[in-house]
Design a protein. Structure first.
Length: 320
């Protein structure tokens, strides 16, 4: 008999491992690229920035059976999928023909240069006893996150089958845009509470902001106040809640940085440096001080809240 040596498999060099025609379990010399794996479907269940997602993939083995205990690699372009320390652990599932979910072992490799960005998920257990040619693999990766902002990608998202030693067999690729166009996240809920609701009083306003996405560091918060009443006369437009409040300020009640700063322009309060690290608590509370209530009792128009990136003004989240 003979042996053939290979590069160390953990280098994950591209190559095709295939069964020798004459000898069982003898692998041929790796080629430069793995053969084509048929991609049946790939989808994510949420198209908003920063949201937790389930990523589902279905592929069919074409030419090279996956030996027992073979592996599946899912390789992500940088800044396409995220995981945050302290969050619920990533979980992977085999999806049965009836839609049932069976957990399988998986682990992630993080980008060495981009904090919290996943570059690879390795699934172990989908082909415990081997998967012959024609096998359709249907699986889900859960508890990972969409990127916090819209990004243009030059690399593909790849699904690769491999032997247990790490030699590559077949690969399917998808352009990330085919997963759908990401949109700015909607803030779950905003509760606004004036400390004193009497007409004409100068008081503080509390904003309770609820969300279910991770908020990146480099955002600013913009809160636009409404006109005094729900009418459109020129007189009413002059009576804005912030208009007569040259001493209006802001401070954190919960979850925001003590280093944040606020400024008023065009009846909007802009808060800079609200976060010193990626924030995922689910709620923050902001106090805006010395706001003048409407001079007449009544219902105002809507407030608007936006979170934007400080570098390019791209919306991260909004509530109107």
């Amino acid at each position: 008999f003979q042996i053939i040596t290979y590069p160390y498999p953990n280098d994950l060099q591209a190559g095709t491992a295939q069964r020798h025609q004459a000898l069982e379990n003898v692998f041929g010399t790796p080629s430069l690229e793995p053969d084509v794996l048929t991609l049946v479907n790939m989808s994510r269940d949420n198209q908003h920035t920063g949201k937790k997602i389930n990523l589902e993939m279905k592929v069919t083995v074409v030419k090279h059976e996956i030996p027992a205990k073979g592996l599946i690699y899912v390789r992500f372009p940088t800044k396409l999928a995220y995981f945050y320390t302290g969050e619920q652990a990533m979980v992977c599932y085999n999806i049965g023909v009836d839609g049932s979910l069976a957990p399988v072992t998986c682990n992630m490799t993080m980008d060495k240069d981009v904090t919290e960005s996943i570059v690879q998920v390795t699934l172990d257990g989908l082909c415990e006893k081997g998967c012959p040619v024609g096998t359709t693999l249907n699986f889900r990766i859960s508890n990972i996150f969409n990127p916090p902002r819209v990004v243009t990608y030059t690399d593909t998202l790849d699904i690769i089958t491999a032997t247990k030693e790490g030699y590559l067999l077949e690969k399917a690729s998808i352009v990330p845009d085919e997963l759908g166009v990401l949109k700015a996240t909607d803030v779950s809920r905003v509760v606004i509470q004036p400390i004193d609701a009497r007409a004409g009083i100068v008081t503080d306003y509390l904003f309770f902001v609820y969300f279910d996405a991770f908020i990146p560091v480099n955002v600013i918060i913009i809160i636009t106040f409404p006109s005094e009443l729900g009418i459109t006369t020129e007189e009413s437009k002059r009576f804005r809640l912030l208009a007569d409040s040259n001493v209006t300020g802001c401070k954190s009640e919960y979850g925001l940085s003590s280093k944040m700063e606020c400024a008023i322009a065009d009846n909007a309060m802009t808060i800079t440096n609200p976060f010193t690290e990626t924030y995922g608590e689910g709620i923050f509370t902001l106090r805006i001080t010395n706001v003048k209530n409407p001079t007449l009792a009544g219902e105002t128009n809507s407030f608007k809240l936006r979170m934007q990136y400080s570098d390019d003004g791209q919306n991260f989240a909004k509530k109107e």
